[in-house]
Every structure is written in C-alpha cells, then in structure tokens.
Design a protein around this ligand. Sequence first.
Ligand SMILES: O=C(O)C1=C[C@@H](OP(=O)(O)O)[C@@H](O)[C@H](O)C1
Ligand SMILES: C=C(OP(=O)(O)O)C(=O)O
Length: 438
Amino acid sequence: MAMQNIILSKSNKHIKGTVNLTGSKSECNRALIIEALSNGKVKVDNVSDSADSVLLAGILRKNQESRVKDQEVLAGGSDHGPSTIDHGLQTVDIGPAGTAMRFLTAYYAIQDDEVILTGSQRMKERPIGVLVDALTELGAHIGFEEQEGYPPIRLKGGFEQLSRQISIKGNISSQYITALLLIAARLPLGLELHIEGELTSRPYVEMTLAMLQTAGIRHTWTDNVIAIANQDFATTSLYIEPDWSAASYWYAIAALADEAEIFLTGLTAYSLQGDSVITEIMANFGITSQFKDGGVHLLKEAKPLSRKVFDMKECPDLAQTVIVVCAALGHEATFTGLETLKIKETDRVLALQTELAKMGVKLIEKGQVYKLDCSEKFIPERMFINTYHDHRMAMAFAPLALIVPQLEFENGPVVDKSYPAFWDDLEKQGFIVEEVTI
Ligand SMILES: O=C(O)C1=C[C@@H](OP(=O)(O)O)[C@@H](O)[C@H](O)C1
Ligand SMILES: C=C(OP(=O)(O)O)C(=O)O
C-alpha cells in the first residue's frame, strides 16, 4: 500500500503567526459518551475534528439511529411482539483510539445488544483486563475473543447490577476509571469506586468529573473513593476547548526558534485539560504565555535553562514534546512518570530512544528515572523519523525542523488521530511541507 511521507524544513528560525487548534480529543470523547448516555439531553458544542473523535461520534450516532428505529418498530408492533429487537452480532472497530476503546467498553457493557469491540493491531496489545474485570464485578458479561486481557472483546448484553462498590488499580491507565465514572449515573445502584494504589494521569479523572458536573451529575471524592449516585443528566451543552496537547507542539516550536510570537486562539488560563501545564513547563525554556484577545500569546525570551527534573505522571502526552525539546537543546534533564508510555499508541520510551539515537542522544532508563545523555549529540543534515503509528511521534519531532536542515516523517497522516490540520498549520506558519508517496 502506498504510504504518504512528509518532508519538512524551515528556511529561517523565526516564527510569527496565529493558529486555530481543533477541539480537545479527550474532552470531546467524554462529551460524546455523555451525550449518548443522556439520550440527547446533553449536546456537544465545538466537536473535535480529531480522527478518534470523528470515529467515536459516527459509532454512537449509528447506535442511536438504530435505537430510534427499534422504538418506532416496537411502538408500531403488536402487543405480543418482542420487547427488544435482536440485531445479531455487530462488530465495532475503533482503530487506534484508546480512550474511545475504553469508554465504549463501559458504554456497551450496559446496553442490550451483543457487540464485538475491536481495534487496530496495536489496540490488541493495549491492556483492558482491569476495566473488563471491574465491569464484570458490576454485572456485565464480557469475554475476550483472542488474548486474555486484551481487545477484541465480546460484550454480551444482559447487564444486571450485582454490586455498587468496586476497587480498581489506579496506576495502569486513568482511562479505565473515566470509563466507569462516565456510566456511573446510569447504573441502577450508582457507583462507589475505590482507587487502589497510585493514581496516574489524575487531571484526566478530574476532567471527567468536571464535565459530568456540568452535565448535571454530582459526585463525591474522598481520599481514594469516588462515588456517583444513580441520577439524571441535565439539559445542557458541553463546550469543547481547543486541545492543549496540540498546543504543546507550538510551544516546542517557540522553544527551538530564535524569535517566536505565536497566537493560539481559544485557549484560556483555566482549562479542564491537565496538559495546559505546558505553559509552566515551557516557562523554563523562556516561553511566556499571555492570555488575552481570546487566546494565548506565546513569546520567546532569552533565558538560561535551569530546571533539571520533569515529572510527567500527570501529563504523559507531553512527555515526547518536552523530551525532544530538551534533546534538541542539549539539555540533560531527568524525567519521571513515564511508566504508562509503554502501553500507548506505541512503546513511546522505545520509540523515543530509537529516534533520538539518530542525533546521538540517549534516553537512559534507570528504574523509574530516565536521563537524557547529550554528550554525543550531533545535528545530522537529514533525519528520517519513524512514527510507529503514533501521532505524537510525528508532532513531537516536527519542531526539530528548526534545527535539522531536513526531516522526513514516515506516514504523515498519522497526525490525524488528534490534530489533522497539523501539517497544514505548519505550512501556514512558514514551514516547507512536501508530501511524498512512496
Ligand atoms: O482520559 C484521557 O482522555 C486520556 C488519558 C491519558 O491516558 P492514561 O490515563 O492511560 O495515561 C492520556 O495519555 C490519553 O491520551 C488521554
Ligand atoms: C495516548 C493517547 O491516546 P489514546 O490512549 O486515546 O489512544 C494520546 O493521544 O496520546
């Protein structure tokens, strides 16, 4: 099959312009599930055009349409007909969309239909056993179709709640916790979720609860216990903010430029997205963030780099961005909180190690601490970046075009997952972007 690569370069190291980012994939995927569970009482405003959100929206829409059709058939049928309609076994393919996979697992667990939920080859390597066990304890009927603990899974319907209280490990993926919280208000007995051990990616759980709150769902969170009673959604809308993880690539570009003035529209100082912490992280690299005119102005100031330790536990999706910037600047920082990176779109630690080695930089793993070694760093004339089906590998390495004369990226469309306009936006800001079919 033909592959579309991208050759990227930039003839100077200045950047000045305005960028309109798409809506947050994380917020949008939550909002779409909430909309579906609320039977349309909650509407989504500013839907993200990330491929993952578009795919999820399509699946939920189709499901909703078939539900409406069933109701019409049942309403028009005889008194002795079935009370539900058997659709046979459907297969739902969620491609590489991790959050959508986890959220739909919980969503389908409480629906009547029998569904096989599957995804890309990589999705079949991303664990889901912890969530399936939790849902099974609650009363769902779910089986593994291939490998125990991994997609594809078969959701058999017939949910009858067995318990209100369950425990779940907090250190593998916060997405399991979000998935359960999203359906909690629709569970007849509600949910009391006990989080065992450390909670990773905590801001994503806070985002879920804040969005549910806006949708009229109250909760309590005391120590490690989150409780949500059975309750109704409010009639309201959920506004999707621009994507802060996408914004991080513009911060990285500013950090590697000689002069930068970038305006990112629609972003505000108080965001539900934990990745807005990029403003604080990039302040260390001399980037100031000024919130005015309905967005954020990034300005580059000369500043000696001092921060040596970055903990990415609460913002794992920024890890690649920050590590590549440090590598490019030869800043030998130390990183913690990278444990979950190994089960994302690719093993991101290994992918970073492999690609950074192409410029002589090492990311050395010592237990849970990773150290950049730039002692043998060099700037190649040309660098080929393998992207491993990971949008963030492409986007995190793209700012290197301010340092390396020519970059070639394997599989340009990989960015569609969260930021389909990425290459176009680079072009608008003066990067030379050339598509090549190989
Ligand atoms: O809930 C979410 O929207 C997400 C949670 C994080 O995953 P983990 O909780 O698995 O770290 C993050 O990496 C992912 O991109 C989006
Ligand atoms: C990990 C990510 O996404 P997901 O888990 O939803 O595939 C990501 O966008 O970086």
